[in-house]
Design a protein around this ligand. Structure first.
Ligand SMILES: NC(=O)c1ccc[n+]([C@@H]2O[C@H](COP(=O)([O-])OP(=O)(O)OC[C@H]3O[C@@H](n4cnc5c(N)ncnc54)[C@H](OP(=O)(O)O)[C@@H]3O)[C@@H](O)[C@H]2O)c1
Length: 263
């Protein structure tokens, strides 16, 4: 058996990217807590992983849009000191433009992609800091830096995930807590069907398998990357973008308006 790395709690583990994380993390030596709404799918996956890896797999069926169910997952993260890794993966998206979108559906998207992710992070991190050990992997999206591509609220939620991860990294890096934001491009999962644009509508050249996506993201994790973009071939482009942002940061707040805004 491989070494024991503690327990990983993976949200949205019943399908797609989250299910692959669950399987890969168990093979690496993590016990698992799998969270999603579909208990049957979680149970089937848990049985397969236990059979293949002999790891302990607990399932927690929870609708993270439901405050009480979310609170139960938060309680698990606060109380179970064996948890060393939180994978904030559960999320929904869509391609519908603002004028065609139902604002209540948009609000539910924010509740899941932003509020639940934030609350779960708040539940996990104090224990990680106290124990001087832990990691959070946040599944963002390339639309976090390219919000014009899909629905604007979806892009906004993923920009939040990226900014939150960058800020967490600054606060927690010297406290033994690792943060990684993963920015997948189009990935072959149920996400597209659920969001109203079945996968067949996409050019195959821009779609990665969930297995390749997670394997690449875990290489980025092992290398200590804060931001991992598996489908971006020219990594120097991200480095230049990030360097430009960092160079601008000290100049973003001054006591006088820039000369170009002189009346
Ligand atoms: N696929 C892509 O192209 C792509 C690209 C960039 C980023 N992402 C991000 O990747 C993450 C995973 O998505 P995926 O592509 O793997 O899609 P997916 O196969 O549809 O998986 C979404 C997961 O989230 C769970 N989930 C949805 N609503 C939930 C709720 N209210 N409470 C608890 N769990 C809920 C689903 O399980 P239940 O239905 O059982 O609850 C499922 O396990 C998402 O954050 C998504 O934004 C995906």
């Amino acid at each position: 058996m491989t070494q024991h790395l503690g327990t990983a709690l993976v949200t949205g583990a019943s399908s797609g990217i989250g299910a692959v994380y669950a399987e890969r993390l168990a093979r690496r030596g993590y016990d698992l807590v799998l969270v999603a709404r579909n208990r049957d799918r979680l149970a089937t996956l848990a049985a397969r992983i236990t059979n293949d890896t002999r790891r302990s797999v607990e399932i927690l069926d929870a609708d993270l849009n439901d405050r009480n169910a979310l609170a139960a997952v938060e309680a698990k993260l606060k109380e179970d000191a064996s948890i060393t890794l939180l994978v904030n993966n559960a999320g929904v998206g869509t391609h519908t433009p603002l004028l065609d979108s139902d604002v209540d559906a948009m609000t539910r998207m924010i509740d899941l992609n932003v509020t639940a992710l934030t609350r779960l992070t708040y539940a996990a991190v104090p224990g990680f800091v106290g124990r001087g050990n832990g990691a959070v992997i946040n599944i963002a999206s390339i639309v976090g830096i390219a919000p014009e591509i899909l629905n604007g609220v979806y892009g906004g939620t993923k920009a939040f995930v990226l900014a939150f991860s960058q800020s967490l990294h600054r606060e927690l890096a010297d406290k033994g807590v690792r943060i990684q934001a993963v920015l997948p491009g189009a990935t072959a999962t149920d996400f597209w069907e659920t969001g109203g644009l079945p996968l067949e509508n996409l050019d195959k050249a821009i779609v990665m398998s969930a297995g390749d996506l997670v394997d690449a993201a875990l290489v980025g994790f092992d290398r200590g990357e804060l931001v991992t973009i598996p489908s971006l071939h020219d990594g120097a482009k991200w480095d230049a973008y990030e360097a430009a942002r960092q160079a601008m940061a000290p100049e973003l707040s001054t006591d006088t308006p820039a000369a170009r805004y002189a009346a």
